[in-house]
Ligand binder design. Structure first.
Ligand SMILES: Cc1cc2nc3c(=O)[nH]c(=O)nc-3n(C[C@H](O)[C@H](O)[C@H](O)COP(=O)(O)OP(=O)(O)OC[C@H]3O[C@@H](n4cnc5c(N)ncnc54)[C@H](O)[C@@H]3O)c2cc1C
Length: 400
């Protein structure tokens, strides 16, 4: 295969470009946003599995240069009492420990690494349509430009234009929670940096991590009907803050104080997921990342799953004898794991599943973790690895 087009230069698209380039493919990334989108406000947590995928892509240095590490998780009840405090993931490994990052900085770091390796990223190119032919796929962009390749990978996120074309009936659905986030500089909390505190509040799930320069990165998840388009588009920050503080004050935890002192605007979104079973492939086209398997943010695994996608897809295309069998191999490995995450995360968001970590003992090994390590290990031929059918287990829930 000579040329691969990637639509979307977010986490999935850029990481996949790194993987495919490493595997020797000619790859180009076509991103709708006019720049690296460093200004995108929200933050996320990369888990050890995502950090492992980054390491296999040779991108650890680019990502550990930003954000800050998290080594442990502290769980509080609604009275502010500590229910658990335990290490998270591969806390002792500098490259693999959890990391808290601003989303825009992560995008910029990955894109910078791709450009450094000579990968073409074109900004301001929004895909509007594509045509699958017998030998190649042709992509058309809003600016009138056209690109051709032998494979088109849709990494264009939750509202994917590529998915709408190959799976028109597959629409994201609301997972039952509003999600708010913000930053509070000089937060009045006793915590040092290096851990995330999760609060099982009576009216909201709350979480925060304090950066080395004492800025609290926080989120709240609240069960309620979905925010309307108008509410999402026209945030009344003070009203949003007052409502949240009112809710959080019901509990004797640091949450209300952190939100009351929020530095800038409070961001809000609806927890959204794609129904399992969404078709991923049509002709010379495949969707990955949130375009294929967006999950509610409760498990905090979406970006890490996207990074895993990147490594496994690059290895599939490298190791399988032809494109068709490569895409089958990829789907065989990925679908059970990512759909398990959609299900578990959706259950947490809807309150029908309690996340792990209720005691102080280390979390049990996730099912399939040993297989996952072999799947991700760059030098192991994917065809020699068994499984694709074991689930992801219940990830430690650090999710926003
Ligand atoms: C509230 C919230 C909190 C979260 N917290 C976490 C967390 O703590 N940890 C975690 O791992 N995950 C978290 N996630 C999930 C994570 O953000 C996503 O899973 C991840 O961003 C998916 O990456 P992606 O590249 O597939 O999609 P995106 O990041 O959405 O990237 C898609 C890219 O495609 C571009 N694009 C879109 N349409 C087109 C088009 N037509 N043509 C060209 N380009 C296009 C977009 O501009 C964008 O750059 C959270 C999600 C939410 C909503």
């Amino acid at each position: 295969m000579e040329r691969i087009l990637i639509i979307g230069g977010g986490i999935a698209g850029t990481a996949t470009a790194l993987g495919l380039h490493k595997a020797g493919f000619d790859v180009s990334v076509h991103e709708a946003h006019p720049d690296t989108a460093e200004d995108i406000g929200a933050f996320l947590t990369l888990a050890s599995n995502g950090m492992r995928a980054l390491a296999q892509l040779g991108a650890s240095d680019a990502v550990t240069a930003i954000g800050f590490p998290l080594r442990s998780l502290c769980l509080l009840d609604a009275q502010g009492g500590e229910v658990a405090h335990a290490p998270m993931g591969e806390a002792d490994d500098v490259l693999l420990r959890y990391r808290c990052l601003r989303r825009g900085e992560l995008n910029a770091a990955l894109q910078g690494e791709a450009v450094r390796r000579g990968i073409r990223i074109t900004h301001g190119t929004r895909l509007v349509s594509f045509e699958n032919g017998p030998d190649q796929v042709t992509a058309r962009f809003a600016d009138g430009s056209v690109a051709t390749g032998e494979l088109l990978i849709g990494a264009d996120g939750l509202n994917s234009a590529v998915r709408r074309s190959i799976a028109p009936g597959a629409e994201p659905v609301y997972a039952g929670q509003r999600v708010f986030y913000g930053y509070t500089r000089s937060a009045q909390v006793a915590d040092g940096t290096g851990h995330i505190t999760m609060v099982r509040g009576s009216k909201a799930s709350f979480g925060y991590a304090v950066s080395p320069d004492r800025e609290a990165y926080w989120f709240a998840r609240v069960a309620a009907e979905a925010l309307s388009g108008t509410e999402l588009a026209n945030p009344e920050t003070s009203h949003r803050r007052d409502q949240l503080v009112e809710m959080l004050r019901a509990d004797a935890t640091p949450a209300a104080g952190i939100v009351a002192a929020a530095t800038d605007g409070i961001m809000a979104t609806n927890a959204t997921e794609l129904p399992p079973g969404t078709p991923w492939r049509s002709g010379r086209t495949l969707i990955i990342g949130d375009a294929a398997h967006a999950a509610s943010p409760a498990t905090g695994q979406g970006a890490s799953m996207a990074l895993e996608d990147a490594v496994i897809l690059a290895k599939s295309l490298r190791d399988a004898p032809d494109t068709e069998s490569a895409l089958s191999l990829y789907e065989e490995f990925r679908r059970p794991r990512v759909e398990h995450n959609i299900t578990v995360s959706g259950q947490i968001s809807r309150g029908t599943h309690t996340p792990s970590r209720t005691g102080s003992a280390p979390a049990p090994q996730r099912p399939g973790e040993d297989t996952l390590m072999s799947q991700l290990e760059w030098d192991i031929d994917l065809r020699t690895v068994s499984g694709g059918t074991d689930g992801a287990g219940t990830p430690e829930s650090t999710g926003n």
